[in-house]
Write a protein that binds this ligand. Structure first.
Ligand SMILES: Cc1ncc(COP(=O)(O)O)c(C=O)c1O
Length: 381
């Protein structure tokens, strides 16, 4: 028998990987399941992005290995994107590293900065990958609780009372997934001051900045943030390019060079055509965001109706690609979603997959057509 590595005992198969098998089996058995679970955009990327990847195939150099740092014009497009949308200046030569999706960046950053036994502050509720990658690299996740009373922002008083001496890295994710809470400048400034005081690297994971959010921001817009912060960004949600796998990590050149040291030992560059498409996407005007958000706005109104029909409560101030809703008192998230799946053939994500603070909540995805959403409302009404 071939034994697996010990690190594999620290993690479980991703929730969606398991649950979607069940959902797909129901579909295969003829059940008309409406999937409001996963946040995989069903809308198309800009047409010029698709044209760019098609055109790229005619270039004989397209099929070669690509640079570990990506094309200079891709890094320039990323720098322009940060400048025009966040007013953050970045050197395309040293302060930007294109990634094959931002999820992989979580692993690269963890491998670059964490030793076994180092502690990592992880939001609860939060994206599950922060915790699993922390375990895979042998570091120790220390959850920091977020709650509705504090608009899902870190409780700095509580954090200051903890022993932070072993904490090396803190994951933050604003706008926040799954709750959609939007960061204020004050929260970002407090985070930067906190990181400097305790010598902690803060990584803001920022893939939802442009979805139903009037004021996209970057933690790097805070003065002095580059000394202690990196930021991940992604084209997955912003340009409906989740399957393309393209994102970036940005920040101080020395920090980025450490991430490059890991990454250049793991992959051999991003496919040329994907880079060409990404350049076109990043060069889109603000019209793109307006059009995209008008679709999500209509869908969100229907999801609000659906949530109300299920007697859930939610904030209309939230941003992002999901509606985070509180269940009626005493309802348990996983039991509730299983019941809705069984009775109405609607799949919704239980809040608990994002941590214990997600108990009593469910997350609806906006990646479903208005027809499907209307049908879901009819089924539960
Ligand atoms: C909070 C958060 N971070 C990162 C990612 C990964 O995005 P990407 O497609 O860029 O890997 C996701 C995807 O769902 C996410 O929700």
């Amino acid at each position: 028998m071939i034994e697996v590595a010990n690190r594999l005992h620290t993690v479980e198969e991703y929730y969606f990987s398991k649950k979607l098998r069940e959902v797909n089996l129901m579909i295969a058995n003829g059940k008309p399941v409406i999937n409001l679970g996963i946040g995989s955009p069903d809308l198309q990327p800009p047409q010029k992005v698709v044209d760019a990847i098609v055109d790229s195939l005619k270039n004989p150099a397209a099929h070669k290995y690509q640079s570990y740092q990506g094309l200079p014009e891709l890094r320039q497009a990323m720098a322009n994107f940060y400048k025009s949308n966040f007013k953050v200046s970045l050197s395309p030569n040293t302060e930007i590293l294109p990634l094959i999706g931002s999820k992989e960046g979580i692993m690269h950053i963890s491998m670059a900065f964490l030793n076994e036994g180092d502690e990592v502050l992880i939001p609860n509720p939060g994206y599950p990958t922060y915790q699993s990658v922390t375990k895979l690299v042998g570091a120790k996740g220390v959850l920091y609780n977020l709650d509705a009373g504090n608009n899902w922002m870190p409780d700095f008083e509580a954090l200051e009372q903890q022993d932070l001496t072993k904490v090396k890295l803190m994951w933050v994710n604003y706008p926040h997934m799954p709750t959609g809470a939007k960061p204020s400048k004050y929260v970002f400034e407090t985070l930067v001051a906190f990181a400097k005081k305790h010598n902690i690297l803060i990584v803001n994971d920022n893939p939802y900045a442009f979805i139903l959010n009037q004021e996209p921001t970057s933690i790097l817009s805070v003065e002095g943030a580059k000394e202690v912060c990196l930021e991940l960004n992604s084209l997955s949600k912003t340009f409906n390019m989740a399957g393309w796998r393209v994102g970036m990590v940005v920040g101080d050149g020395t920090l980025i060079s450490h991430v490059l040291k890991v990454k250049s030992n793991m992959d051999s560059g991003m496919f040329y055509g994907i880079q060409k498409g990404a350049i076109e996407a990043l060069n889109c005007s603000n019209m793109w965001f307006a059009t995209l958000n008008s679709v999500y706005q209509k869908r969100r109104e229907l999801v609000w109706q659906l949530a109300e029909a299920l007697n859930c409560t939610f904030s209309k101030e939230a941003s992002g690609m999901f509606v985070w809703a509180k269940l009626p008192a005493y309802m348990k998230s996983e039991e509730y979603i299983d019941m809705i799946l069984k009775e109405h053939y609607i799949f919704i994500t239980p809040g608990t997959i994002f941590g214990s603070q997600g108990e009593g909540y469910i997350r609806f995805s906006l990646c479903a057509t208005t027809e499907d959403l209307q049908e879901a409302i009819t089924r539960v009404s």
